[in-house]
Ligand binder design. Structure first.
Ligand SMILES: [Zn+2]
Length: 239
């Protein structure tokens, strides 16, 4: 901060956090977008292209704050059986990655915090509010409001990733995106959304959670409908 912004008295970590806490993360998005456009214009993004000009966008959730005592009005809450409450904030991060590059291009993260949906409070949700309210979320029900058009919800990673890809599609409609995500997101609603936005995807699916999918896969393999690809690690991928 001293070198870049010539700040003589750099605030402490906690002082800086206190200050940043007051900023709505929505205001930081334009900075991420501007930096991304700059990398696009200067041809840096091309170096990250993978297989026929596709951009690999790796998406994952992370916890950024958790406390049994400190909390704010936007904290999500976990109620424990003994009555204790854990307050927390999480975020879904996304970055353009490439298997041969150690640096990544970060995109604006999507905060996971308690919020109103189905109203102007969350314009990012889009026209599929009804569908979204049925989206799998472990803690949603406790926070439903009577009014059907307004839901005070405990946000979760499944919802946040949905908002993130919706925003990704709006901001970069022409990018050929391949979403990389973990097993939490290998479900039909999310895959339908990716297909609607014409995004490709590589998502972890484990036999224990996807019995039917693996039954179909075994059948396809037996009837010769599967294909084999050698991996760099020496293993073979069958799809
Ligand atoms: Zn909070």
């Amino acid at each position: 901060m001293r070198q870049l912004y010539r700040i003589k008295r750099v605030p402490s970590d906690s002082g800086l956090r206190k200050f940043l806490d007051r900023i709505n993360p929505i205001h930081l998005r334009s900075a991420f977008l501007e930096l991304f456009r700059m990398l696009q214009r200067n041809g840096v993004l091309k170096r990250y292209w993978w297989e026929d000009k596709h951009d690999l966008v790796s998406i994952d959730g992370t916890e950024v704050f958790s406390s049994n005592r400190l909390h704010c009005e936007h904290c999500c809450q976990k109620q424990h059986e003994n009555g204790a409450i854990t307050y927390y904030h999480q975020a879904v991060g996304a970055a353009v990655v490439h298997p041969d590059r150690s640096t990544v291009i970060p995109l604006a993260p999507e905060p996971i915090s308690k919020q109103l949906i189905g109203s102007e409070a969350d314009p990012e949700v889009g026209p599929e509010d009804e569908e979204l309210t049925d989206f799998p979320c472990r803690y949603t029900d406790r926070y439903r409001w009577e009014n059907r058009n307004k839901w005070l919800i405990n946000d979760c990673e499944s919802r946040a990733i949905r908002r993130l890809v919706t925003r990704l599609h709006r901001e970069h409609p022409r990018l050929k995106i391949v979403v990389l995500a973990d097993g939490l997101h290998s479900n039909a609603p999310f895959i339908k959304l990716l297909k609607r936005y014409r995004m490709s995807f590589i998502i972890v699916a484990r036999p224990s959670n996807h019995e039917h999918l693996f039954e179909l896969f075994v059948k396809a393999d037996e009837t010769g409908e599967s294909q084999q690809f050698p991996l760099k690690s020496g293993q073979i991928a069958i799809v």
